[in-house]
Design a protein around this ligand. Sequence first.
Ligand code: ATP
Length: 737
Amino acid sequence: MYLKSIELTGFKSFGKKTDIAFASRISSIVGPNGSGKSNVAEAFRFVLGEQSMKSLRSRRGEDLIWGGSPTLPRSNRAGVKVVFDNSTRLLDLDFKEVVVERVVYRDGENEYLLNGTKVRLKDVIRLLAGANIGGSGYQIISQGEADRILNASPRERREMVEDALGLKLYQHKKAESERKLEETAHNIEKTKSLRREIAPHLNFLRSQVQKIEKAREMKEMLAAKLSEYLAREHAWITSEDARLLAQARAEEAELKKLGMLVTEARGKRGGKSNAALQELQKKIVERERKLSDSRRESEKLSRELGRAEAKAEANTVMVEQIVAVPHVRQFAREVSEGISEALRNDDLSSVRVLLLHIRERIHSFVDGLSGAAPDTKEESQQRVETIAGSLGRVQKEETALAQELEALRAKITQVRDAGFAAERDLVELESSVREAQGKLAGVQSARANVATLRQAFEEEVREGIALVGAAIHDWQKAQTEGMSGDDRQAQEKRRREIERLKIKIEESGIGNGDAVVREFNQTKERDEFLGRELGDLERSAASLKDIIIELEKTIDARFTEGLKLINVALHDFFMKLFGGGAAKLEVENPKPHRKRADHELPDDEDSDEEELFDEKEELYAGLSISVHLPRKKVRGLEVLSGGERALTSIALIFSMSQVNPPPFLVLDETDAALDEANSKRYADMIKELGSKSQLIVITHNRATMAAAGELYGVTMGSDGVSQLLSVKLEEAEKVAK
Ligand code: ATP
């Protein structure tokens, strides 16, 4: 006994809260037409999650709510609670008792509760399916629907059978696995397409990153080479600068010294020496004049001495004794020259003048001779001695002057020589100055070159920073010992290598590249993530396929087995009801049909029925029924009478219930069309069935009532509210009328 009770509150004609407790394996609900019996059966359908309003004889949710009467106002909600004994864990919940509840509000809103906790419709359906409750609804046979299984299409019929065999749970699982597989396939395609989308970009980024890495390697190489180059260059510039500075200073000092010497030499050459020369010249002129005077005096004294000596010797004195022979010759030459001149001259007056001049000269000479003769010998002697003494002095003076002149001339030569030497020295010094200036200019030009190199060096450092960043400063740490940089050729080679590297880096066209590397890493991570995701998805798809195959096998095996058992039971029930004949469920040949995935669980209870299902084409083998009535030649369902149809349906429903008994069955006037004999047989079968499933049987039939362990009478008063009361069999018949 699983079904403990059902409680209806505001559901259809049950305007007041009504509780029906089921204490017996077979409970019968009786009552007059329109009292609300079928509403009880529908309450079961409703609470078990029925979504079809038609099956609940309504158009919308609101129709299920007590509509009100003059004495009892309408309700805002209709609620049905069904209580299960779960001590044997019929339902997969860890509770001894499970209350399933459904409420519908006037706005059509539905609520589902499990033990008072709101849940989704899906959860309710899944839970009940696990206990072989719900599904195609074959276990709640509504009034007039007993032969639904006969009217159903082969596919619907098969679904009912599958449902009865408890395959619904597997179908759900399979459908869910298929849905997941589809979703997974979709995700696989999506992931693949994402990877395909990423791939060209990733390849592009990869090639960029390779270039960047190469450029980075080149940059590292450049940094190392630059570091050495700059260290050497700096060492060279520093030492060269110092060397040239010292050289410049030395040249400057040399020039200063030479300048002083030039000034000195210029002083020596001019000025003082000129003055000395002038002074000496002046002295020479003066001394020459004095010497000439002395000579004239000496000549005069000599003549006087001659005359004096001649006088002293009186008459006997020869001209030669009075006048010195040179004077006489001089006199004779002058006279002779005068005569010669006169002889050459044709002009008479001029000759006369010349003759006069000669006569005068002769007179003068003769006068000189006659006047010089001394008076006495002593006097004459004395006079001779005096004149001789004067002549001696004058001659001495003359010698002294001649010597002085000689000395002065030597001095002039000496001063002039000294001037020449100074001039030569100056020329030499000036040449040295020019030479020193040339050297200094050379050094200064070399220093300017070094300064240019220093500028170039600083420019290279700046450029280096732009190219390789802070690593460029490593040159300062580089060992500069032994890097005198004197090997300029090697350094030039290094510089050229660096230039080549720079060009290569520039040609690579890659800048810093950090953003590209970051993007590459992100894209790669994303691609790897997608790759892993794809792997997971493919594994999950494979395992889902396995699950589906397994489920299909299980469903197939159970269906084949179950169908066999149903057919055995059907044969048995059919024989009992018809006293012979045969009925059988047969699997049709598979046909393509638009599959409504009605085994899928709806996600949302508010969804329209249409929206719950999607359609797809598949091969489906439905179930047909072959019926062979005893003593009748005709076969087929179409030829059956109403009663025969009802009996066949009952046989089928009961055989299905036998194979996999549901916890309970609700049969709403399934026996309505049976005659008395068949009603008895029906009652027997009810008893048999009751041993396997709990039964709630709505009936007007006495035999059926008699089979029940407890009876409930439903009545409806003038207020239109259905009421329920427990009745005895004798009362039941009365109540039923
Ligand atoms: P029968 O023996 O003829 O099959 P029944 O006992 O099965 O009759 P039901 O079909 O269960 O009768 O009940 C129908 C009654 O319920 C009708 O009188 C109908 O007016 C009433 N009913 C249905 N829906 C509502 C509602 N929403 N509010 C009030 N009454 C309702």
